[in-house]
Design a protein around this ligand. Structure first.
Ligand SMILES: Nc1ncnc2c1ncn2[C@@H]1O[C@H](COP(=O)(O)OP(=O)(O)OP(=O)(O)O)[C@@H](O)[C@H]1O
Ligand SMILES: [Mg+2]
Length: 256
């Protein structure tokens, strides 16, 4: 955990131009405090995945700088990417195997992570026998074993049904509250962005850039009913207005 006051992630005037000439990001400046959970919304193709790849160090910017404070990074993709021939437990242990965590500790971390996502009872099952939501939980557990100080989520719940999506969101909130990692969550759902995060960054496309942000001053833990409160509705309206290009949308005061 990075508790020395440095931001978990900073980007300064970052740009990405892909070899084909597409300017995926232009002039992106942001700072993610340690332990802060931030969501990113924006139209398809505006550069959200590019932003996460930069944050993960999987991609170098063509302009500006990206700085990460912590060592431990977790990346959860839309697809759970499990190895079908390995049991749930051995899939969760995989991250530790790749980073050479000793076998016993690896097993303990896997057991702990599976318990935390409520999957201890299927530890010996193969991924193919699980539901989509369960597979996503396995993927989350695998990432948790690395004890990340920055978690990057690229549309992690995009392929599961609405009810499962809601539950996974609640699980994520609990994990975040307990572990205090910084989070950067890309989602297509404005409601999910507001419900889970302390701040929503809004992007626009061509070129991909940040066009505004909305602070979410609702305290954690957030009960599911918070989604029906006037403050919540107001916040989602602000994000939606920014997505639709209203520059005044992020200056409206909201009572928590
Ligand atoms: N490897 C690549 N080479 C060339 N162009 C790319 C590459 N990856 C992405 N792009 C382009 O960069 C732009 C941003 O892509 P990116 O995947 O970051 O968008 P996104 O916001 O994640 O979209 P979606 O919501 O559909 O996932 C798009 O125009 C895309 O076509
Ligand atoms: Mg994407």
């Amino acid at each position: 955990m990075t508790d020395d006051g440095r931001p978990a992630l900073t980007m300064e005037a970052v740009g990405v131009r892909y070899p084909g000439g597409t300017v995926a990001l232009d002039g992106v400046t942001l700072s993610l405090a340690a332990g802060e959970f931030t969501a990113v919304v924006g139209p398809s193709g505006c550069g959200k995945s590019t932003l996460l790849r930069l944050a993960a160090g999987l991609l170098e910017p063509t302009a500006g700088t990206v700085t990460r404070a912590g060592e431990q990074l977790g990346f959860v993709f839309q697809d759970p990417t499990l190895l079908p021939w390995r049991s749930v437990r051995r899939n969760v242990e995989l991250a530790g195997e790749l980073t050479r965590v000793p076998a016993r500790e690896r097993r303990e971390r896997a057991e702990d992570a599976l318990r935390r996502v409520g999957l201890s009872h299927v530890a010996d099952a193969l991924p193919g026998t699980l539901s989509g939501g369960m597979r996503m939980r396995v993927s989350l557990a695998r990432t948790l074993t690395g004890r990340p100080d920055l978690m990057l989520f690229d549309e992690p719940f995009g392929s599961v049904d609405e009810i499962t999506r809601g539950r996974l969101g609640d699980d994520l909130q609990e994990l975040f509250a307990a572990d205090g990692f910084a989070g950067l969550l890309v989602t297509h759902s404005v409601a999910e962005a507001v419900y889970l995060s302390q701040r929503v960054l809004v992007m626009a496309d061509r070129p991909g850039r940040l066009v505004g942000e909305v602070a979410v001053p609702l305290p954690y833990p957030r009960p599911p009913e918070v989604r029906f409160s006037p403050a919540f509705t107001e916040l989602t309206s602000q994000v939606t207005a920014l997505l639709q290009g209203d520059p005044a949308a992020d200056r409206i005061e909201v009572a928590a």
